[in-house]
Design a binder for this molecule. Structure first.
Ligand SMILES: *Cc1c(COP(=O)(O)O)cnc(C)c1O
Length: 356
């Protein structure tokens, strides 16, 4: 730390992204990226001609991308705002809708960035425990007194909350904003988008990083009531009006337009998830019911950390969180069938070594 850092960040612990080691080739099942390339339309949209226009600013209104999003979800363009990844959308929500008076609340086990943003923006956080089976208890959010952040399906558990329960939280807290982070919803969750026309306190955050094969493109978006979206635009234009670069705007719009490829990739990943989860179960793992592009699994013969380390030594990266309640688990992104087979082979070898 230099002597120049503001005191308010002295105790800030930043988010730790999944490791990207360069020392050897790994099978990367640790950051929930899609194992499949972007839609062909994305490759065509990011053309040489478009690259040659990078001397010009990008469209601050993100018109083409936001219309593609609005068309896909059947909402008005005023109900949509595109962001530089959904992490930026979440940051804007903390800036716009949280302060000393209106804190933030979220589950004890969830996406680690909520806690980081709360610290970054000096927002008091109320942490609400998941039940024994890692499920959200809607009644605990009643009058919790702060903007509610719910990842649904949740990370890193993969568990989905039924839409009726999301609606119950929105209905019981009409004067509180409910931000539903649907980064993984396309892999079998129930989206809260149908609620946004009926509840002005529901905001849905989505991303092209997982189900649209565009993690490196950094394209996220928010869907909500026109009023709430207007508030978010106020923050965006006070921070970085050109938040999406020209190439990401084109890539995002092209990804949104290719519904067939999107569905095909998502279906393949869900099929791979089903047999990979079964195969892990047959090896004695406790595997939580995932509606995401990863599984959260508890190895029986090794602790979570030892299993993670053993896999890494075998060239397979998964994610281990050294945190209460989840340190016995690892989070395994769903890769191609070949990658999952390599994971299972490496697992079998570890079990044999352990027995020997
Ligand atoms: C991956 C992820 C995000 C962030 O994705 P971006 O790449 O910033 O769009 C947001 N929320 C959850 C729960 C995630 O897992």
């Amino acid at each position: 730390m230099s002597r120049f850092l503001s005191d308010r960040f002295a105790a800030l612990t930043p988010y730790v992204p999944g490791e990207q080691p360069r020392d050897q080739r790994y099978i990367k099942l640790n950051t929930n990226e899609s194992p499949y390339p972007p839609a062909i339309g994305v490759l065509e949209a990011v053309s040489r001609a478009e690259v040659s226009r990078l001397n010009l600013y990008s469209d601050p209104t993100a018109r083409e991308l936001e219309s593609a999003i609005a068309a896909f979800y059947g909402v008005n363009a005023e109900q949509v705002m595109a962001t530089n990844g959904s992490d930026e959308a979440l940051a804007f929500c903390f800036q716009a809708f949280c302060d000393q008076k209106t804190g933030a609340c979220f589950p004890d086990i969830t996406y680690g960035f909520y806690e980081v943003f709360a610290r970054l923006y000096g927002v008091p956080a109320k942490v609400i425990p998941l039940d024994e089976q890692f499920r959200v208890t809607p009644a605990l959010y009643r009058g919790a007194g702060g903007t509610i952040f719910l990842a649904n399906p949740n990370a890193p558990t993969g568990i989905a909350l039924p839409l009726a329960a999301v609606e119950e939280i929105a209905r019981q807290n009409p004067n509180t904003l409910l931000v539903v982070d649907e980064a993984y919803v396309d892999f079998g969750g129930e989206s809260a988008v149908p609620l946004i026309g009926r509840y002005d306190n529901v905001l849905v955050v989505m991303t092209c990083s997982k189900s649209r094969n565009l993690a490196g493109g950094r394209v996220g978006f928010v869907l909500g009531s026109a009023d709430v979206i207007r508030d978010l635009r106020k923050i965006k234009y006070s921070f970085n009006p050109y938040n999406l670069n020209r190439l990401s705007l084109l890539a995002g719009a092209a990804a949104l337009r290719d519904e067939a490829y999107f569905r095909a990739c998502v279906n393949t990943i869900m099929e791979t998830r089903a047999w990979a989860a079964r195969a892990l179960g047959e090896r004695g793992f406790e595997v939580l019911d995932s509606r995401t592009n990863f599984v959260f699994a508890k190895p029986v013969r090794l602790g979570g950390k030892a299993y993670y380390e053993g896999l890494k030594a075998a060239g397979v990266l998964v994610r281990h969180f050294d945190a209460p309640r989840v340190r016995d688990f690892v989070r395994i992104s769903i890769g191609t069938p070949e990658e999952m087979r390599a994971l299972l082979d490496a697992t079998d070898r570890l079990w044999e070594e352990k027995r020997a």
